[in-house]
Design a protein around this ligand. Structure first.
Ligand SMILES: [Zn+2]
Length: 296
């Protein structure tokens, strides 16, 4: 469980390590620990998807029409203009049909399968909503921010996987990202609707929007994985999005090795045991490949 005391301890740990030396970048030393670990927790973020060309619609140049994710990925934006928000998500769903998992996704999935054969475990806890881990073959997967390919009914709360393309007839050919695109203003009864018997409520993407809480069941599962892991990898995430930002420092605070793989240092870097610098698709495969001590 993430309890306030632990949170404080984790913060204290970050603070205490601020003046300590940089984390190690000794790959052989990491591989020794990796080869002996029984339960690996893998936290991933946008950096992993970026190498597959998945946009975040955040930061410099990150626009859909004239908006960024924080303008559209909110309950307020959806209640004001569900047609616009559905155009945005329709565009993102269709875009994923043109994207593929990259070497980092594949290395993580292959590692999970190999460790399972040895009676060891690997679980991915991801902030990404694009399902590229799933498509790469990851099975132990907690999508803490939901998925582009799930819907939730605004009336009955039913959640369902949904891979239809387009998700509804009215969105066919819509969602163009160019700033001069005319807005569609699709009538609400033509937007995706619930198919539960007798419901017909308006569906929304089953993703966690700005200002919303994480699903408590998924969060509880993530905490269980983090409580029992004996190695934690933090891959392609800036570790600034809460509560995910707390996960790795929390693990580090109980003395478990944490290895960060990222293009840059993050606010938590100095609390970790290892830091490997570079594109995830390049630095991760050699780190997770079969160790000499593993059975063939
Ligand atoms: Zn419903």
């Amino acid at each position: 469980m993430i309890v306030p005391q632990l949170t404080c301890r984790a913060l204290l740990n970050v603070h205490l390590r601020k003046n300590m030396s940089r984390p190690s970048s000794d790959l052989a030393a990491f591989r020794e620990i990796f080869s002996k670990s029984k339960s690996v927790a893998v936290l991933t973020g946008a950096g992993v998807s970026a190498e597959s060309g998945v946009p975040t619609f955040r930061g410099e140049g990150g626009y859909w029409r004239k908006w960024q994710a924080q303008d559209l990925a909110t309950p307020e934006a959806f209640s004001r203009n569900p047609s616009r928000v559905w155009e945005f998500y329709h565009y993102r769903r269709e875009l994923m049909l043109t994207k593929e998992p990259n070497a980092a996704h594949l290395a993580i999935a292959e590692c999970e399968q190999r460790l399972a054969e040895q009676g060891r475990s690997l679980t991915v806890i991801t902030q990404n909503i694009d399902e590229l881990h799933r498509r790469a073959g990851s099975k132990n997967l907690l999508e803490i921010h939901g998925s582009l390919f799930k819907t939730r009914c605004m009336t009955c709360s039913h959640e369902a996987a949904n891979y239809q393309s387009p998700i509804c007839a009215a969105l066919q050919g819509k969602g163009a990202p160019d700033p001069d695109t005319d807005e569609e203003l699709i009538p609400v009864h033509h937007l995706p609707r619930c198919e539960q018997p007798g419901c017909d409520g308006l569906l929304r993407p089953a993703v966690v929007w700005f200002g919303e809480s994480l699903n408590s069941d998924v969060l509880q599962e993530a905490e269980t994985v983090l409580d029992k892991c004996d190695l934690c990898l933090v891959i392609g995430t800036s570790s600034v999005v809460y509560p995910a930002a707390m996960f790795a420092p929390q693990v580090a605070a109980r003395g478990v090795p944490v290895a960060e793989f990222n293009m840059e240092d993050t606010p938590a870097t100095r609390s970790f045991t290892f830091h490997f610098h570079g594109p995830c698709g390049t630095i991760l495969p050699p780190a997770l490949s079969r160790h000499l001590s593993e059975p063939k």
